[in-house]
Write a protein that binds this ligand. Structure first.
Ligand SMILES: [Zn+2]
Length: 79
């Protein structure tokens, strides 16, 4: 994520943030999960064994566009 830049307006005025997950039993932040979505018999996403990464959401302070990034390495805990 060297020199992050807004892909909509090319500004470099990006404010760090993250995507909140306020769902019941959530950790408070959204995660990016490797691999296409697959659901189980109860409709929930299958997550076992999938690499998970925290999402960094950079807000462009000029146009409001969000740039989403995940760290190149560093899986989060499985759950
Ligand atoms: Zn922008």
């Amino acid at each position: 994520m060297a020199d992050p830049r807004c892909t909509a307006c090319q500004s470099v005025a990006l404010e760090p943030g993250f995507i909140e997950d306020s769902g019941e039993h959530s950790r408070g932040y959204g995660r990016w999960v490797s691999g296409a979505l697959a659901t189980g018999i109860f409709g929930g996403a299958k997550l076992m064994g999938r690499p998970k990464h925290a999402i960094t959401a950079l807000r462009c302070t000029v146009c409001g566009h969000l740039e989403l990034y995940v760290a190149a390495s560093g899986d989060l805990d499985d759950r």
